[in-house]
Design a protein around this ligand. Structure first.
Ligand SMILES: [Zn+2]
Length: 69
């Protein structure tokens, strides 16, 4: 059985596991899968750039955040 591919609630972009973790970290710790957003839409929502968000992901990984394991 194929694993369900997560998609952005706004633009249908595929969501990878880092993006999912960042949703939980920056938007809502209990964000349900169907409410996840891609980095592009998250950047628009948060008024920052996709690059900023990628930096955040690296930062959280570096700090060994449990959501990013
Ligand atoms: Zn999107």
């Amino acid at each position: 059985m194929a694993k369900k591919q997560l998609r952005c609630r706004f633009c249908e972009e595929q969501i990878d596991k880092d993006t999912k973790a960042l949703n939980r970290k920056l938007i809502n710790h209990n964000q349900p899968d169907e409410a996840l957003v891609c980095l592009k839409c998250m950047a628009e929502t948060l008024d920052c750039t996709v690059e900023d968000l990628r930096d955040k992901i690296e930062e959280y990984k570096y700090n060994d955040c449990t959501l990013f394991r």
